[in-house]
Ligand binder design. Sequence first.
Ligand code: HEM
Length: 413
Amino acid sequence: MTVAGIDLSANEFWSLPLPERAASFALLRAQPRPPFFAEPEVTFAEMGPGYYALVRHADIVEASKHPEVFSSRRGATSIADLPVEFNEFYGSMINMDDPRHARLRRIVSRAFTPRMIARFEDDVRRAATAIVDDLLATGPCDFVSHVAARLPLKIICDMMGIPDDQYDMVLAQTNVILSGFDPEFLSEDPDEVVIQLLGAGQALADLVTGLAAARAEEPAEDLVSALARANIDGEQLTSAELASFFVLLVVAGNETTRTALSHALMLLTAYPEQRALLVADLEGRIAGAVEEIVRYASPVLFMRRTVTRDYTMNGQDYREGDKAVLYYYSGNRDEAVFSDPERFDITRAPNPHVGFGAPGPHFCLGAHLARRELTVMLRELLTRVPDITAGEPDRLLSSFINGIKRLPCQFTG
Ligand code: HEM
């Protein structure tokens, strides 16, 4: 393997086995400067100028700390500049800079108050118990659809106040939005892809707009009501902002946590001694295990920034308009920060991973909730289905989400 042979824009790269992918990033990190790549061809966007791949932890942290230079406004979740209507639907605050970002985050954070989160914690426990009840009744099955996908979806829907009969619809639409290049979910015809993506966003937007209208009449104890009420200095979400935030929330909250849970089972299967360590002191070690799972799995592989002015960072000159892609997966394996980074070590301390993004204004809004979901589900599984193991995963072909489509699980239970 040579540096010249690595192309982060090639679909083939993202279908490599994970150890080969990790070895490629190690080679890139060993280069004196961030490598530059031509952009991937995206059927529905014009070919852009290319991008710097920020593969080192220090570059990712520094760029995240300087949002006035490394801007999210031109799109954080795609390397290509997407048509305006895409950013409107899927963007919400992840694709904004201050002051718009700060305003939205302020309003939305109001709804993520400790009281709200405490309510969700009971929901998480109840949901995890019910899912494991079903798993035990079903027997060995696909872990993704029966367990990993169900918990985050149920939690987000409960939080928002979405009725149970809409879950399947929400799941199907998020699968389309975050399908990457995977032909299982998206058409090969570029015009059709645009229709599918916009249609998925619109269906979710319609759902929440209808819900918000109902809650305006009759408020309930859910996030939609709280968001509709949240009002800071006369600031309130418009209905378009609410719809777009909801799309971000279901997309950001579902696939990521699902991916982390699927990797968790794979890791605990691949590293039985780490599993034994965890089980020996579940309450004492679970928090460390969750952080290490997020580091090792890096469910979100990258976020993008666009440089707003000429700037030098860690010895590299950037010009206004340059794109920089923050490869969290690589930063989380940076040997300058993590000793023996390919080792899955639930006792790793400190563990300054960037799986939820690096410190800065866009740091994951749902990190606390995601940690709760992972903790509660792993505790439930390891106590009630102690011999559960994972088989061979069917991985999602995506440069953005380190996803698992299907994962057979076995247990005697
Ligand atoms: C293991 C699970 C998760 C991972 C790995 C993850 C990862 C991330 C990352 C890397 C970012 C981007 C940071 C940046 O651009 O600098 C982010 C942002 C965000 N996440 Fe998460 N996330 C997870 C779970 C969740 C959950 C459960 C929710 C919602 C309930 C959520 C909601 C958000 C939102 C709203 C943002 C945008 C924040 C902003 O732009 O200010 N995430 N997440």
